[in-house]
Design a protein around this ligand. Sequence first.
Ligand SMILES: [Zn+2]
Length: 289
Amino acid sequence: MKIYKALLMIVLFSSAYISGAFFAAVKCMGQIEDKTIPFTVIMYHNISPKPSLQGKYCVSVNEFEQDLKYLQDHGYNAVSMKEVTDFAYNGTPLPDKPVLITFDDGHEGFYIYAYPLLKKYGYKAVVNIVGSFAEQYTKLEAENAPDAHNPDYAYMTFKELEELNKSGIVEIGDHTYDMHKLNGTRRGCSKRSGESAENYRTVLSDDLTKAQKLLGYACGEDPYIFAYPYGIYSKETPEILREAGFKAVFNCTEKINHISCDNIDWLFDICRYNRPSGISSNTFFAKME
Ligand SMILES: [Zn+2]
């Protein structure tokens, strides 16, 4: 009896392996299965022509344009996250040297300075929005407040996000509704020390639902991209994001991603290089070459 059972298990496991390999081969059609592709993701935050604002999380307008020129001159192809998920889920081939441009937090500076340059160079980007920031400036815009669109410190409104999403150039990601904080006992969207898994799941899920509702309403579709505030998360976080329907998650680890179309796990742990001000495009990109 034991022998029959063992034989049955061997047959079941082999057929599962063969069919899995078959489907991976079909999915990755036209590409060499098991071959990984280097995938670079850049993380910007704000952009401003004012030197007093520039620093680790704010580049100058010229630095951003020089970066776009560098990518163009060095054969990089700026892809959308849609192309990347199509590659992972359906095996749709990516262009050579794929690079993804991301901007976190949803600063007005993106709309004023970066968006026109992306249009000029024909490049795409993902902006990861903090729902409560967008909501706050949408209210100020409705009140005709003079600082509603201040390029130094304002955040993009839902109206601007709708326009960006419709452009086909910019994809909108979720950066939590109201967990972009380091004060208090919770760091970003991570689990508090001593917090029960159940309570954490409820808190994070409620925040995700709120952000999805607002961003989904503004853009006409729910974001499927998520970026961890400050790159901080707990061991429970990826599973909660997957269950909430997200298909791609960014961290803040500075590393080249090696991606393939025979699995999707890497989509939930995408590494990015923070682009600070004060160094040339050559110096910044040298570590990725
Ligand atoms: Zn952020």
